[in-house]
Design a protein around this ligand. Structure first.
Ligand SMILES: [Mn+2]
Length: 332
């Protein structure tokens, strides 16, 4: 599905007071596209407000230095924008992703459009402007700037670069094409700064978290010709490294960077007692099948479980025995 840009321009031209909304659990494409679209529409003289169903997470606040993205029920109530004449929903086509904005949208009478790159949509009473081959809504914003003949400013280009870069895994996903780089070039010509963005996104670790990562990496053991990798965190590691117990997220993925490793396990001692296990699979043995053996669950590729014991040796023995057995049976 492609965007009918002529029709899009007509809809924009006919509107003056526009509300933008994106999905809850917002990412850079959601937030960056809202900010970019707001900038384009304001260049055309429109009044624009961004209202979402959830607050901008702390780690992404840098993307919105002027605090433009408002949270419904907290920063703004629906009555305050009842005078709007157009509502644009970006980067989602699903009710469930709209959070508390879903009811606002259901109960409003002004025109609605969806501006998105996801396939499929719920029964939202909205005109569709979708490009299901677009790498990111951020890419569609760059296209929109061209069709609306709006010159992008640095304040537009920077959040849109965040959208485009993150939704393409920094220009490496299968969706990337020559047009992705042309769009990126336009953003840089307009003043976007990739090095600044990268630093804001990925170079803000605490020393504790980096040290904890080192501890986890140093403890990796491999077995079964390297197909299985496992590591652990003990409850006193947080104090030793200065890390926070929530800093363990994603550490297991480091084990999957080893060539030939198709199954990874991390056993994470909890300050409140017991061990949380995370499993990652890149083979026929599903991570959730392994997790199920310990009363846990999840997905094929990623799953977790909990063991109440505080004896690391006991937990390790129990978990690895099970994983070895399932891998031996499941890998030819
Ligand atoms: Mn997206």
């Amino acid at each position: 599905m492609q965007v009918d840009w002529k029709r899009f321009s007509e809809v924009i031209e006919a509107s003056n007071n526009i509300i933008l909304t994106s999905h809850i659990r917002p990412d850079c494409d959601a937030l960056g596209s809202c900010l970019g679209m707001a900038g384009l529409l304001e260049s055309l003289g429109k009044k624009v407000r961004i209202v979402c169903g959830q607050e901008v997470p702390e780690s992404l606040k840098f993307i919105d230095p002027d605090d433009r993205i408002k949270c419904i029920g907290k920063d703004i109530v629906a009555e305050e924008f009842a005078d709007a004449d157009l509502h644009i929903i970006l980067d989602t086509s699903a009710w469930i992703q709209l959070g508390d904005m879903a009811d606002v949208i259901r109960n409003s009478s002004y025109k609605k459009i969806i501006f998105d790159h996801h396939e499929g949509e719920d029964d939202i009473d909205a005109e569709l402007f979708k490009n299901t081959t677009a790498e990111a809504v951020g890419r569609m914003i760059v296209d929109a700037a061209e069709y609306l003949k709006v010159e992008m400013t640095p304040a537009i280009a920077q959040p849109v670069l965040a959208a485009l870069a993150t939704d393409t895994g920094w220009f490496r996903f299968g969706s990337v094409n020559p047009g992705t780089f042309r769009a990126a070039a336009k953003l840089l010509e307009a003043g976007a700064q990739p090095a600044k963005l990268y630093g804001q996104l990925y170079e803000r670790e605490t020393v504790g978290r980096v040290r904890l990562r080192g501890t986890v990496l140093a403890r990796i053991e491999t077995e079964l010709d390297g197909r299985l990798a496992h590591t652990y965190i003990k409850p006193d590691d947080y104090e030793k490294t200065g890390a926070h117990p929530t800093d363990t997220e994603d550490l297991i993925n480091l084990a999957l960077e080893i060539e030939g490793t198709v199954f990874a396990v991390i056993m994470v001692g909890q300050v409140s007692g017991g061990y949380k296990m995370s499993f990652r699979s890149r083979c026929d043995v599903a991570a959730n099948e392994v997790a199920k053996a310990f009363g846990g669950g999840g997905h094929r590729a990623a799953a977790g479980a909990f063991i109440e014991s505080d004896s690391f040796e006991e937990v390790q023995n129990q978990v690895l025995t099970q994983v070895r057995e399932m891998l031996a049976a499941g890998i030819a």
